[in-house]
Ligand binder design. Structure first.
Ligand code: ARG
Length: 273
């Protein structure tokens, strides 16, 4: 009887051991499975999902035809060239709209990958960021009301002249006008449209702004004209965080290819007739 009991006990012991091991096995399976799943989830990058990684562009979208709102969407020459660059990089473009004078900071703080905003390459900006090769030329123009005593750029510098100039904050128009006519004669606005509203309302005598946006602003507001003499000539480029040569090199190659195959010219022709 004792013998049977011992065999029975041994069997029970063996069975429960098997169950424990199975349970342990199950648990360990789950444990190893769980991290695997978590790892896959965490590692589920956009790419693994078939989505492309995001390339963020900082701009100020009140600058037709380079960047402006069409409904909810930001369109324009820069927006389209940037999308073509992103495509070449295998990335999806995301455009972040901000004040023009915040773009360099945003680039340097990595809140965007690059800045593109009809932005002129200047010595001072080169101290803060790196610029790509230029993809377009810009001209600073002067907008005045019809019948204005200002008939050419030189009139602004005439003996005894003291005109009030409106500009977009932080633009080359702002920088040059402040240098030439003094801070007290320059009023800064958040965008070109606000500057032109001030001009139409008589708070400033002229607005200095890039030529293509000037054309769009004059077309949208009656009683204004662009003077024939330009105020300054400049080159537009994309800026990246200082030292980000990895991205800059890719952008430069893309700009070269998009220039060579006529993509950039076609985009420009679509917006500038
Ligand atoms: N070209 C000028 C500059 O670099 C004006 C650019 C303004 N751009 C804009 N998207 N609001 O200062």
């Amino acid at each position: 009887m004792k013998k049977y009991l011992a065999v029975f006990m041994a069997l029970v012991l063996a069975l429960s051991c098997m169950m424990i091991f199975t349970a342990c096995d199950g648990a360990s399976e789950k444990e190893t499975e769980a991290p695997t799943n978590a790892a896959t989830e965490a590692g589920t990058t956009a790419e693994a999902n078939g989505e492309k990684p995001v390339l963020k562009m900082g701009t100020n979208a009140y600058f037709q035809p380079y960047e402006f709102y069409q409904g909810e969407e930001i369109v324009g020459i820069d927006a389209e060239i940037a999308a073509a660059i992103a495509e070449k990089l295998g990335m999806t473009l995301e455009i972040v709209d901000m004040e023009f004078d915040s773009i360099l900071t945003a680039v340097n703080q990595d809140s965007v990958d690059f800045g593109m905003a009809g932005m002129t390459i200047t010595e001072d900006r080169l101290l803060e960021v790196d610029f790509s090769i230029s993809y377009a030329n810009g001209v600073q123009s002067i907008i005045v009301p019809e019948g204005s005593p200002i008939t050419c750029a030189d009139d602004l510098y005439a003996e005894g002249a003291s005109y009030k100039v409106g500009v977009q904050l932080g633009t080359t128009g702002d920088i040059y006008a402040t240098d030439d006519f003094g801070k007290e004669n320059v009023t800064t606005y958040s965008n070109g449209n606000e500057a032109v509203m001030a001009l139409a309302g008589g708070s400033v005598d002229c607005v200095i702004i890039d030529n293509e946006p000037a054309k769009a602003l004059v077309a949208a507001n009656s009683g204004l004209k662009i003077l024939e003499t330009a105020y300054a000539n400049e080159d537009y480029a994309i800026c990246v965080k200082k030292g980000n040569s990895e991205l800059l090199d890719k952008i430069n190659v893309a700009i070269m290819e998009l220039t060579e195959d006529g993509t950039i010219a076609a985009i420009v022709a679509k917006y500038i007739k």
